[in-house]
Design a protein around this ligand. Structure first.
Ligand SMILES: Nc1ncnc2c1ncn2[C@@H]1O[C@H](COP(=O)(O)OP(=O)(O)O)[C@@H](O)[C@H]1O
Ligand SMILES: Nc1ccn([C@H]2C[C@H](O)[C@@H](COP(=O)(O)OP(=O)(O)O)O2)c(=O)n1
Length: 230
């Protein structure tokens, strides 16, 4: 008798796009949603931080967009997509701690505004997204990277709440943290290429009054509603 055909479990092609400003809860919500739904997870902010870290280490003049563009293709950037253990490597080195420094915080938005940096990382991001099965977070996921994503979420929170969350996580003064994230917000929302916007079709969740678990639940409910429709 012939062996029964091997049936592979269905691989979800779902893409969940999560955008929002710094400290709105993108990373923690995205990891939680990916874990609950068995999806992969991509932190695109970590990719921009990684390229910025490399440019700082190489002594590239970050006041000169042409110098940034000229070096944008050089570092090799690898993102691990396990939501329980997301990783980020530059030229083989683990930079997951180094990319969260004050120096990178201060330099990442100007570097991210350079179109050549964005087009380089866009290509990598689309390769990783591939056939889907992933929660992707950043600033331009629903608008540029994955505009056809069936679930798009825009997270926000009051600036003070965001600063309190960030200072509690990383240590440091709440007022200085708020100044730093508002400075980044201005550049990320004001740049010409792929600014942070509420993407067409995105559901806006103001996370200020909700716990992290409540926000994860709201996003999982959106995904389940979509699957029930299908
Ligand atoms: N809804 C929430 N309520 C309270 N704290 C939250 C909430 N969402 C996230 N946090 C916490 O706020 C901090 C910043 O969240 P994070 O997910 O890193 O934001 P982002 O990726 O948007 O910068 C983390 O310490 C996280 O645990
Ligand atoms: N898709 C993305 C993701 C991040 N960026 C840029 C702009 C952000 O200020 C930096 C860092 O992003 P990251 O998500 O790590 O920032 P936070 O953790 O929210 O503070 O990268 C971007 O331009 N486009």
């Amino acid at each position: 008798m012939d062996d029964p055909p091997v049936v592979s479990p269905p691989v979800s092609s779902l893409v969940v796009a999560i955008d929002g400003p710094s400290g709105s809860g993108k990373s923690s919500t995205s990891r939680g949603v990916a874990g609950r739904l068995g999806l992969r997870y991509l932190d695109t902010g970590a990719m921009f931080r990684a390229i910025t870290w490399w440019m700082l280490a190489q002594g590239v003049d970050l006041t000169d967009p042409e110098a940034i563009a000229a070096h944008a293709d050089e570092p090799q950037i690898e993102s691990g997509t396990d939501p329980d253990n997301p990783t980020i490597r530059v030229d083989g080195a683990d930079v997951s701690v180094a990319i969260r420094s004050d120096e990178v915080n201060a330099a990442v938005s100007p570097v991210s505004a350079v179109p050549r940096v964005r087009s380089r990382l866009l290509e990598l991001q689309r390769q990783i997204i591939g056939a889907g099965g992933i929660v992707v977070e950043g600033r331009d996921i629903g608008s540029v990277v994955a505009p056809d994503a069936p679930v798009k979420v825009y997270l926000s929170a009051d600036a003070q709440a965001r600063a309190i969350r960030r200072a509690a996580e990383a240590g440091g003064d709440v007022a200085a943290t708020q100044d730093s994230l508002l400075a980044r917000d201005r550049i990320d929302s004001g740049r010409a290429t792929a600014p942070l916007v509420l993407a067409e079709g995105a559901v806006h969740i103001d996370t200020t009054p909700y716990t992290l678990d409540e926000v994860i639940e709201q996003v999982v409910t959106l995904v389940e509603a979509l699957e029930a429709e299908a």
